[in-house]
Design a protein around this ligand. Structure first.
Ligand code: SF4
Ligand code: SF4
Length: 204
């Protein structure tokens, strides 16, 4: 798929980030990263690996080798459909889907995701909305995503948006959770702290 290939470049060891695999392995669900035997079952079973560059097998190898920049900027982690097929089939029991989530979180924290891909922007807007209100709001999240990635597309989406609003399938009004929002924020802050302990030096 045009535009999704990563830049391939030979790197010397001193250019690699050798702390990166340790930090990723310390994130929730990624502890077994180093057990990979590079069998390729994950790539073979992945329904979207044909569109990925690198494939899941290669992404695991690059993470372990410290190719931080290439891994975090790759489209692979955003194309992952979280179907868990690779996780079910991996002979070493590696939770590859969870590793994808760990890498997505790290890419968002470091702000190095591909800017032209709407998926990371959608994820970021979703987290922001849930943190602010305790609720997801599809209308506001989708509008923010389109404005930040392809504003002209908003014009084309107006008829569909009006139809959804008219049918009550979407709302632009802000809903807030009725309970103690501070408890939710404490919980999210705790998760953030856990992730930052695994990957020191990153911002929320
Ligand atoms: S299936 Fe598991 S062991 Fe095989 S390459 Fe993928 S992550 Fe590594
Ligand atoms: S969870 Fe993601 S990487 Fe694994 S098989 Fe499904 S789409 Fe592919």
């Amino acid at each position: 798929m045009a535009g999704l290939e990563i830049q391939r470049k030979v790197k010397y060891q001193e250019e690699l980030d050798l702390e990166f695999p340790r930090q990723v392995a310390a994130m929730p669900g990624a502890a077994d990263l180093n057990r990979c035997i590079q069998c390729g079952t994950c790539s073979a079973t992945c329904p979207v690996s044909v569109y990925m560059d690198p494939t899941p097998r290669r992404l695991v190898a690059m993470t372990r080798a410290g190719f931080k920049e290439e891994v975090l900027q790759s489209s692979t982690i955003w194309l992952c459909a979280s179907c868990y097929s690779c996780t079910v089939e991996c002979p070493k029991g590696i939770k590859i889907t969870d590793i994808m989530y760990a890498l997505k979180r790290r890419a968002i924290e470091e702000g190095v995701y591909p800017r032209w891909l709407p998926i990371p922007v959608l994820a970021r807007e979703f987290f922001r909305k849930v943190r602010q209100t305790g609720r997801s709001n599809e209308g506001q999240i989708a509008t923010a995503m389109i404005l930040k990635t392809n504003p002209l597309k908003l014009l084309r989406q107006i008829p569909l948006g009006l139809k959804l609003l008219w049918k009550g399938r979407m709302s632009l009004l802000t809903e807030r959770m009725s309970g103690d929002r501070e408890q939710l924020q404490d919980l999210l802050d705790y998760v953030d702290r856990q992730n930052h302990q695994a990957a020191p030096g990153t911002e929320a």
